[in-house]
Design a binder for this molecule. Structure first.
Ligand SMILES: Cc1cc2nc3c(=O)[nH]c(=O)nc-3n(C[C@H](O)[C@H](O)[C@H](O)COP(=O)(O)OP(=O)(O)OC[C@H]3O[C@@H](n4cnc5c(N)ncnc54)[C@H](O)[C@@H]3O)c2cc1C
Length: 403
């Protein structure tokens, strides 16, 4: 096995795989390290669906991934109904037609997306190593990286080490990059539920005392429900029939009756941001760099834009004959990501906080905000463009070209 690479990507999840695919055509030797050996990971352990933005669809199309996702695993959202379950008159509709786009987003099964990324990677020269990065030491301009593999520890070397290893990033810790972290004091419970009156193309975002509740249409008679709760344990412990009754009470009758519930999974909710996305020969992307509340379905969409921007900076360095790990290249990448990361994090955080406060004045402000958004087409377009990932400079793969 080759042990010397230009770039090692620690983490072959959604963002690490996207980064690898964005760079695979360049004259670089790249390895991706992930403990998950092969396909179907998500279908076995993760029943989530993700809302992918228009920008993400474009990027995945450029990389040849989108056609590999079975059509039955993708459903276009054309309307989003946003409301407050604590009464009042405020609600808003976002409508793809009003904004002049084909869809506001695409609900995609995470397992199908994972498999498509892995299938696309298998067609590239990138080396996929099954293992866990345990240590990394930078000396003489290269990292010595220790990987725990089934057959024992292996040492690799790389010029550039990318941390695409999620919220608890080992690379971030090894590089000594600290984080700003704030817990929302809530957990997200995710479950796929059958309903009697599905609206194929409409997603719902309802804000209640416990936090937001999202209902994402899968295109069948099923919705993925993402429920924010102080303690998900209570909902996890209920028998299916009792759980469905609770869900019905929380969501109401708009989708008819909830008839079935799949596996229930819970995730802690926190806002985490690395103080910097770059270190000495190190870059963080995706959840390793920032983790968001899932209220607006932005985490992967934002992480993909990290990968897309990093691919542009690395490609430019290669074309100019510069070292891909040079401080100037990494600093330029960090500068380029500042605005998008900051505004997307602020947008999702504001959404959660505006709707978290109970009480008369807060309720009035919320309802006025929702009604204003509904009445002002400009506000709606701003909201939609933010969530579609098309604000600010757009990286190559989101424009349909490889860097
Ligand atoms: C309930 C919920 C709903 C969500 N819905 C949406 C949505 O609709 N749309 C959206 O855009 N985002 C959504 N997100 C966010 C999205 O899940 C994440 O932003 C995205 O998965 C981050 O991808 P990643 O590749 O950066 O990290 P991860 O998906 O965490 O992948 C990290 C990878 O690194 C590997 N790894 C970890 N440690 C090591 C190590 N030491 N060595 C080697 N490999 C390692 C792991 O095995 C994993 O494969 C949601 C999140 C939650 C919790």
């Amino acid at each position: 096995m080759n042990t010397s690479y230009d770039m090692v990507i620690c983490g072959g999840g959604l963002v690490g795989a996207t980064l690898g695919l964005s760079l695979a055509h360049l004259p670089l030797s790249i390895a991706i390290i992930d403990p998950t050996p092969s396909s179907h990971r998500a279908t076995r352990t993760d029943d989530r669906t993700f809302t992918l933005s228009l920008g993400t669809k474009r990027a995945l199309t450029t990389l040849g991934v989108w056609p590999l996702i079975p059509a039955a695993s993708i459903n276009a959202i054309r309307r989003i109904h946003v409301s407050d379950t604590r009464g009042g008159f405020g609600f808003t509709h976002l409508d793809a037609g009003e904004i002049g786009v084909e869809a506001l987003g695409y609900v995609t099964e995470s397992g199908a997306l994972w498999d498509a990324l892995r299938a696309a990677l298998a067609r590239t020269p990138i080396t996929l190593i099954t293992g866990t990065v345990r240590a990394a030491l930078r000396r003489d301009g290269r990292h010595d990286i220790t990987v725990d593999c089934a057959q024992g520890p292996q040492t690799l070397t790389a010029r550039l080490l990318v941390g695409a290893d999620g919220t608890a990033s080992a690379v971030r810790a090894l590089a000594g990059i600290t984080v700003l972290r704030r817990s929302y004091g809530r957990e997200a419970l995710v479950v796929n539920c059958g309903v009697t009156r599905p609206q194929r193309d409409t997603a719902f975002e309802r804000f209640g005392a416990e936090g937001p509740l999202a209902a994402l249409p899968t295109g069948r008679n099923q919705y993925t429900m993402v429920i924010s709760q102080r303690r998900a344990d209570d909902l996890l412990a209920l028998a299916d029939t009792d759980f469905l009754k609770r869900l019905q009470a929380l969501f109401g009758e708009r989708l008819g009756t909830f008839t079935s519930a799949g596996r229930r999974l819970s995730f802690p909710l926190a806002l985490v941001r690395a103080r910097t996305p770059v270190g000495d020969g190190v870059v963080l992307v995706g959840n390793a760099a920032q983790t968001l509340h899932p209220v607006a379905g932005q985490g992967f969409n934002l992480g993909l834009r990290d990968a897309a921007a990093l691919a542009d900076h690395v490609a430019r360095a290669v074309k100019r004959g510069l070292a891909i790990d040079s401080p100037a290249v990494l600093a330029a990448y960090a500068r380029a990501r500042g605005t998008d990361t900051g505004s997307t994090m602020a947008f999702t955080d504001r959404l959660v906080r505006i709707f978290a406060v109970d009480g008369g004045l807060a309720a009035t402000a919320r309802n006025v905000a929702l009604t204003l958004i509904d009445c002002l087409p400009g506000a709606k377009q701003g909201l939609a463009r933010q969530t579609m990932g098309l604000k600010g400079p757009v990286a190559s793969i989101l424009r349909g070209v490889r860097p």
